[in-house]
Write a protein that binds this ligand. Structure first.
Ligand code: SAM
Length: 255
């Protein structure tokens, strides 16, 4: 996993935030929704766990937060360092660290962002416990995962269950999808966090598609164009159609 992200690091920011081309701008939407769900209060200590190439660090800094970043990939940390310096003329404390064993004291941060990371872990528990531990009392955290409940996966599930999938993929030369990413039930994520004293204050879905996988790849332009229009569903009861899920939680200590 580290090697996978190390290899992505040199082009990660450009590919996902700048030269998006005809691909769905997934990270752009995730980033934008997190920023729009931030409180008006824009001071305090914030950390981006799995900060990648540092896009969120720069925007949180510009909003007035004292920011830190952590990522298990040293190459991502190197890109984040360069990007932060270029964008702000400042330095940001950056740590090569594993979210499951964070080198920070309890209650260290007023804001935690953890976008697109925990689905790459073997399981959620250690990472969520660490988030709850380092978040200050009354602090807030954003966690994003890939939603299992969207009908987008239905056709894939049928193909997998019927055993056709393996041959089908080889024949059609589809890119391997999903890459080793765990899918989450939003409700299960919410209840795991609530057991750790982190309660939901807001949520949003993103990354929509009018077609299930793999049809979205055959009709990629159509799927992307319509999917982007479907982003208006993000915060409606139809939001569950989205493949991406962002949960905002606040720490509430038991009385
Ligand atoms: C999909 S990228 C998301 C990057 C960034 N959050 C963004 O939205 O642009 C996931 C990031 O998590 C990092 N990561 C993966 N496993 C990790 C772990 N156990 N601890 C810390 N970071 C990890 C990867 O190196 C990668 O930079």
């Amino acid at each position: 996993m580290i090697e996978y992200f190390d290899n992505l690091a040199p082009n990660y920011f450009d590919k996902n935030y700048v030269n998006i081309g005809r691909e769905y701008p997934v990270l752009y939407f995730r980033h934008k929704y997190i920023l729009t769900m931030l409180d008006d209060q824009t001071s305090g200590r914030a950390i981006d766990l799995g900060c990648g190439s540092g896009a969120m660090l720069v925007d949180l800094f510009k909003r007035g937060y004292e920011v830190l970043g952590a990522d298990i990939s040293s190459q991502m940390i190197a890109s984040a360092k360069a990007f932060f310096g270029k964008s702000t003329r400042q330095r940001c404390p950056l740590f090569v660290a594993d979210i499951e064993h964070l080198p920070f004291a309890d209650n260290s941060f007023d804001l935690i962002v953890c976008a697109g990371l925990i689905e790459y872990l073997e399981e959620d528990e250690d990472a969520l416990r660490e988030i709850a531990r380092v978040l200050s009392a009354d602090g807030e955290a954003f966690i994003s995962v890939t939603n299992i409940l969207t009908p987008f996966w239905i056709f894939l599930a049928v193909l997998m269950l019927s055993g056709v999938w393996r041959r089908f993929r080889l024949l059609q030369g589809f890119k391997q999808y999903p890459r080793k990413v765990r899918l989450h039930f939003p409700r299960v994520l919410r209840s795991k966090l609530s057991r750790l004293g982190l309660v939901m204050v807001n949520e949003a879905y993103f990354h929509f598609s009018p077609l299930p996988f793999p049809l979205n790849q055959w009709f990629a332009d159509f799927s992307t164009r319509v999917g982007i229009r479907m982003e208006v569903l993000s915060k409606t009861p139809m939001g569950f159609l989205g493949r991406g899920y962002i949960l905002k939680v606040a720490k509430r200590l038991a009385c």
